[in-house]
Design a protein around this ligand. Structure first.
Ligand SMILES: Nc1ncnc2c1ncn2[C@@H]1O[C@H](COP(=O)(O)OP(=O)(O)OP(=O)(O)O)[C@@H](O)[C@H]1O
Length: 486
């Protein structure tokens, strides 16, 4: 081949095998974080490293901001490289070829970096715990691959739950804000830095979207992963109201359990035993020919812990709660479809049932009909659809309820939630102040016998001075003494 500057320039500009890459999360001091690009135009990798983000995902977001700045500096670097190319051209390239050289080099800088890849490794060097960003990506992509037919379902190392994950070397196309990105899962990466058998996600997208990816897409993945994790692990509360087409679902975040619920210990034991025998009663219900369901009526004044008891039941049984607002369900067909769609292992809650049963004159007459249909459902032919379901009705005034609702089979157990007793107070003092004994307890016991204070009232007082137990108890005493004067 004849000597030609054009040939030499073309050979410099032949695209290389690797796209530009960013490595997320390596452990280098912050002041050493700078793009590793070289003025040499044949350098094919812009390797930018950032400080390892700490364990919490939010710090990742902060790091990503740093990251974006660093990435911008890569772009600035390209300008610097442009100036250096001009200097090289002036020095080494004959004037008539300089424009061609610069044109080809510009093309190279633009076209060779059209693809940008972010690499997210499972482990950072010298770290035994999996990387937070890696875990978030794994969770997020797991939710994306569910529709595909052949899928590996594995016990996820980090979460100890069954989880659907990408297959090795599989690629997934995702779209965010109209931008397409490609994810690839690489395994057994041959890098001295990485632990053997560890995994790596590679995120590839068009170079021009990298700021958006760093500033919006990756933080979005962290948020989504948090949501997915909460949904996977948490109990759910489904709210069913007027516009019912599908229940609104939120994660049940009520930490109340039978350990923290402040009620008389004998009552607690009775309820827990009853739930146990229900949960383990599949064979029993089958043998006696009864539908596997149970109805509880929980009654008592406001603030005595009716909702807290329902949350404790859900947490204990690991059942989802369906909170049905009967007042808003104005047609029989709606009620039927709601009740038929309830899955097993669910608690259906109908609050303040007395208000449904005894509508005021302003209420629609259809409400009374809805209530009658509900009763029929509970022991009629409809009740045979679905099993392992618990019905909970609450009321502040048991006396106002129609006795037909209370009969056995509809309400298997009546639970009275009472004003705060001394033993309930001790539970609250332990919950809120970590106190088991105190010299002021005796005085509080006497006061609780003399006045009606709900556990909610007592809890409210105990929370006022969380850091000073004695001051908290004194506030409670002052509150109770004030009540005795009323
Ligand atoms: N028995 C209890 N044990 C522990 N905490 C309680 C108890 N009762 C009430 N509390 C506290 O008071 C708050 C309100 O109680 P909760 O909503 O369970 O009462 P409720 O009887 O359902 O009231 P309402 O009838 O007004 O809905 C709870 O979030 C909890 O912090």
């Amino acid at each position: 081949m004849a000597f030609s500057y054009k040939n030499i320039i073309n050979s410099w500009c032949t695209p290389g095998p690797s796209p530009s890459r960013l490595f997320l999360g390596t452990q280098r001091p912050l002041n050493s974080l700078k793009p590793n690009s070289s003025p040499n135009p044949t350098n094919k990798i812009n390797r930018v490293q950032i400080l390892n983000a700490t364990q919490h995902p939010s710090s990742y977001v902060a790091s990503l901001a740093t990251f974006a700045i660093l990435t911008r500096s890569v772009a600035n670097d390209v300008l610097t490289v442009g100036k250096e190319l001009r200097a090289i051209a002036d020095e080494f390239i004959p004037r008539e070829y300089q424009d061609y050289y610069l044109h080809e080099m510009k093309k190279l800088l633009i076209t060779k970096t059209t693809e940008f890849t972010i690499v997210i490794d499972e482990y950072q060097p010298q770290s035994n715990s999996p990387d937070e960003m890696f875990k978030a990506v794994e969770t997020y992509l797991g939710s994306k691959v569910n529709e595909s037919c052949v899928r590996k379902v594995s016990v996820c190392k980090h979460k100890e739950t069954l989880a659907v994950r990408m297959n090795e070397n599989e690629e997934i196309i995702d779209e965010f804000d109209g931008v397409q990105v490609k994810w690839r899962l690489a395994t057994n990466i041959e890098t001295g830095d990485l632990q053997s058998g560890s995994k790596r996600y590679e995120l590839t997208f068009h170079n021009r979207h990298r700021f958006m990816i760093l500033e919006s897409y990756l933080p979005y993945i962290l948020d989504r992963a948090n949501e997915i994790t909460a949904c996977e692990s948490g109990l759910k509360l489904h709210l069913i109201d007027k516009g019912y087409t599908e229940p609104k679902t939120i994660v049940l975040n009520n930490p109340m359990t039978f350990d923290t619920l402040a009620i008389e210990p004998e009552l607690k034991k009775t309820i827990v035993d009853d739930l146990d025998s229900f949960k383990n009663g599949k064979e029993y219900y089958r043998r006696i020919g009864k539908v596997w369901k149970r109805g509880y009526l929980i009654y008592g004044p406001s603030g005595t812990g009716k909702s807290s008891l329902i949350a404790s039941m859900a947490n204990y049984l690991n059942y989802d709660i369906y909170d049905v607002d009967l007042a808003e369900i104005d047609s029989d067909s709606k009620l039927k479809s709601i009740l038929l769609e309830m899955p097993s292992k669910s608690i259906l809650v109908f609050e303040d049932i007395d208000q449904i049963q005894n509508p005021t004159s302003d209420d629609k007459p259809s409400r009374k009909r809805t209530f009658a249909r509900l009763l029929n459902f509970m022991d009629g032919i409809w009740s045979c659809c679905g099993e392992e379901r618990i019905f909970v009705f609450t009321t502040k005034c048991k006396d106002k309820l129609d006795p037909t609702l209370l009969r056995a089979g509809r309400m298997d157990m009546h639970i009275q939630m009472s004003y705060c007793t001394f033993s309930a107070f001790k539970q609250l003092a332990f919950n809120y102040l970590e106190l088991q004994e105190h010299k002021l307890f005796e005085q509080i016991e006497e006061l609780l016998q003399a006045v009606n204070a709900t556990p909610a009232d007592v809890a409210g007082e105990l929370m006022k001075c969380k850091k000073d137990a004695t001051a908290s108890l004194e506030k409670l005493i002052a509150y109770l003494e004030k009540k005795t004067c009323l």
